[in-house]
Ligand binder design. Structure first.
Ligand code: G3H
Ligand code: ZN
Length: 283
């Protein structure tokens, strides 16, 4: 069933697991993620960056595709379609109007007052339509879809103000995580996580979920994270599987056979991820 993130994340926070946001890029990718969630009897959030949405033909293409797959694949677990790192009110509005059930408005690189104002506008429009909203404070390191930044830790007071004044349903408080591969071990601000979680009461979102060792994932969940975003790792396993197929089969030309192993790799990795985050059998 297509739902927003509110109940999913509140349940996850209460029961101490995290819902995975798994980013999608095309039809097969979406099939793979839905198949994995259903097989694990787990809720899932389909993450769609603005770039990936555009790649698939726009939000107006993404939503009917996902709805038809949910129907034809007989998907019964809770599924949210979430705009990842929405850059503007207009991008969020377009996603909401097309039928996304959740959006992120990322104005973390603006001064706090502006972040609050712009996030609040999105929250008003979204909540009137039953759509959940994620906001961000601080800066996630690395690059994702052209969004680049150095690490800047979220300030607890600022987090509290964004939650209470803008009314977001989930908070991405950047505390050392990085988009894309980590250079060495991640250094996450676990004390700050706990502080921000207690101060805001909001379900926290961990961006840059690819490559974080399992014990650190567990600590982040213990300290208030109810949503963890994974994009890069799925891209890596997809590409490795397709590359292996092409390297080992010089006769193949049917595109379904070329990229088929990529889809299988996503199903496998997505299932492991859902299990690691503790959301299996929590649908
Ligand atoms: O918003 C998306 C996530 O933060 C993805 O991060 O590509 O490092 O897994 P990742
Ligand atoms: Zn992110």
């Amino acid at each position: 069933a297509l739902v927003n993130m509110v109940d999913m994340l509140n349940k996850a926070k209460e029961e101490h697991y995290a819902v995975a946001q798994l980013n999608i890029n095309n039809l097969e990718w979406t099939q793979a993620v839905l198949e994995a969630a259903q097989a694990e009897n787990s809720p899932v959030i389909l993450g769609v960056s603005e770039g990936a949405g555009k790649y698939m033909g726009g939000p107006e293409v993404v939503v009917p595709m996902v709805k038809a797959l949910i129907e034809n694949m007989e998907i019964t677990v809770p599924v949210a379609i979430h705009l990842d790192h929405g850059s503007s009110f207009d991008a969020c509005k377009r996603a909401i109007d097309a039928g996304y059930t959740s959006v992120m408005i990322d104005k973390s690189h603006f001064p706090l007052e502006e972040n609050i104002e712009m996030t609040k506008d999105v929250v008003e429009y979204a909540h009137e339509r039953g759509v959940s909203v994620e906001g961000e404070i601080g800066t996630v390191g690395g690059t994702e879809d052209g969004v680049t930044g150095g690490i800047k830790y979220a300030d607890p007071e600022e987090c509290q103000r964004l939650v209470t004044e803008a009314g977001v349903d989930a908070l991405a408080a950047a505390l050392g995580s990085v988009h894309g591969p980590y250079q060495g071990e991640p250094v996450l601000g676990f004390d700050e996580m706990k502080e921000i979680s207690e101060l805001t009461g909001a379900p926290l979102v961990l961006h840059g979920g690819s490559g974080i060792p399992l014990e650190q994932v567990q600590k982040a969940i213990d300290r208030g994270h109810a949503k963890i975003n994974v994009n890069t790792e799925l891209q890596q396993v997809w590409t490795a599987a397709v590359r292996e197929k092409l390297n080992n089969d010089s006769d193949v030309y049917d595109p379904r056979k070329v990229i088929g192993p990529g889809k299988e790799a996503i199903v496998k990795t997505a299932r492991e991820t859902l299990r690691n985050f503790g959301s299996s059998n929590k649908a």
